[in-house]
Design a protein around this ligand. Structure first.
Ligand SMILES: [Zn+2]
Ligand SMILES: [Zn+2]
Length: 224
């Protein structure tokens, strides 16, 4: 079957994301996706919690801050320590049974791998919907995937519900995590998608600000 999955989404367990489990499933279904990978920064707690809460297919994952740049591990249910080299991080992802993805490898302001992208990875995120500059950085990622003979995937890097599904991967696999992971490694997948519309990025920042203000008000009232 054909699976349509956003392979890069941050849940509210990432300090910089506002996507609750309920929002995640709601927007994923609305965008016609049948799977989403939850890839929080350096932790798997949110992914494992959401898997328990829904019948919707959630692929557990993590986005590791390696010393060489961000690396996504898909089908990973344990924390991969941050701060190691790209090489060591990819090894640990493989040891955990996961798929190592060089995410947004050439995007500016994102902790990108750049020259640390290698054939050791299973896949390259050839479309990241929030990469800047969108066209140039994703084109470079696409070229690197071709040169290294790696699979190409797409994901939004969503931190706000309505952004989910801006970029996604079409995968030729049965609808379960292991089959999807294997299909990605085998290259039976293709990325699609566009840049997140700027208006959604503005809304994201506004919601974040509102949340900060209400938190501050809350802690003030608790203080008295
Ligand atoms: Zn990142
Ligand atoms: Zn991310």
């Amino acid at each position: 079957m054909v699976v349509k999955a956003d392979l890069h989404v941050h849940s509210s367990y990432s300090p910089d994301s506002m996507i609750t489990p309920k929002d995640l499933v709601f927007y994923a279904k609305k965008r016609g996706l049948n799977a989403v990978a939850v890839t929080d920064h350096n932790q798997v707690e949110g992914a494992l919690e959401i898997v328990k809460q829904t019948d919707f297919l959630v692929i557990p994952g993590i986005e590791v801050s390696s010393s060489d740049g961000h690396i996504v591990g898909l089908n990973v249910s344990e924390v991969i320590p941050r701060g190691l080299s790209a090489d060591e991080t990819v090894d640990l992802i493989h040891k955990a049974g996961g798929v190592a993805v060089a995410c947004h490898p050439y995007a500016l302001f994102k902790g990108s791998l750049k020259e640390h992208v290698s054939a050791k990875f299973d896949a390259i995120e050839a479309i990241n919907a929030r990469a800047f500059p969108f066209g140039r950085s994703n084109r470079k990622a696409e070229e690197a995937a071709k040169k290294l003979g790696l699979s190409r995937v797409g994901g939004t890097d969503a931190h706000y519900g309505p952004q989910i599904g801006s970029a996604y991967t079409v995968i030729d696999a049965e609808l379960n995590v292991d089959a999807i992971a294997k299909a990605i490694v085998d290259g039976r997948c293709q990325p699609f998608g566009q840049a997140v519309p700027w208006v959604l990025n503005v809304q994201q920042q506004l919601q974040r600000l509102r949340r900060m203000v209400s938190k501050a008000a809350h802690s003030r009232s608790e203080g008295f």
